[in-house]
Design a protein around this ligand. Sequence first.
Ligand SMILES: [Cu+2]
Length: 370
Amino acid sequence: MNDTTKPDAKSRRQFIVEASALTATLAACGRPESTNGSASATDTTAATSGNAAHGGRERSGAQNPDSRADTSLHHAMPGSSGTKGTAAANVTFHRVDPILPPVSRERVTRLHFTARETAVRVRDDTVVAAWTFEGDIPGPIVHVRQGDTVEFTLTNQGQIPHSMDFHAAQIDPKVAFRSAMPEQSVTYTFKPKYAGAFLYHCGTAPVLMHIGSGMFGAIIVDPPVPLEHAKEFVLVHSELYLGPAQNGVSPFDYNKMLGTLPDLFAFNGRPSQYQAEPLRVKRGELARFYVVNAGPTHPCAFHIVGEQFDTVYLGAPPGNAIRGVQTFAVAAGGGMIFEMRADVPGEFVFVNHAFGHGQKGAIGMLVVEE
Ligand SMILES: [Cu+2]
């Protein structure tokens, strides 16, 4: 009675042994049995997702069918179009203002972003061929309240498809987050259901390339009853994977992104920019950091040297608070709110405490003044 099961069990055991031996010969022996099943499943899924409206429910890669036309890498690889011929010397550096802009008194926020490909100087010695929202990395800080209406339009002024995925929205992504072709626009409306610090990013495939090339930003959603008055900063953490510079401009490198070993890290697009020009608060003043992690891959272990966070909101404030926190990791694609009140003046380094990443630029300075 075990005739039918024994061979399967044996071949499975054999496959594990063979696979763990990591030899080409043994792996080749094991592969046909194991891939027959998975290959057919993949084919079925792929066929289903191409034909059925519900394919996206099970396969995250199918959520944005309009963008599937631009998944090929030749679009994504070097030198994003629109930056060709750019004289790197003419691209000036500017520090990104991390201050949270005031929330509008209007209950309807109308946003019209352009997607465009442009060169951005991220350090004195580094100009990148960026894909952007509104021409910069990160895109503009959006500040609204829970329950507000956000009427959003993306106009694509680039040369490849782009789209917008707001993590603060609950909406049919196949419709709202669809790609806008060059010279086209996409419009949708949403009402943030929860307060918090949320990522927005281009969702056009390959999403890794579009986020990795600079198409991300933060949307901050206030709770109905505002949090205690504070000096508020928005820090969007990200990784940079650079290819060899051409005419002084470095393209982003998709294969490096797949390898997940970044050349640089940054808060608000520029490695170490807040060491050169720190954030400042007064002694005793409440400081609030909206830390959003664009990734595209690694977490951000947010920490301030010599300080502790009085409060970290893991989810929508004012609930979900934990107290007395030294470090907390913000996942790629996540956002959290960190609060501290400095009792002593001084210079306090804020850093991604995964120090291999902090050392590569995810570091800055908070000056507490008397
Ligand atoms: Cu894009």
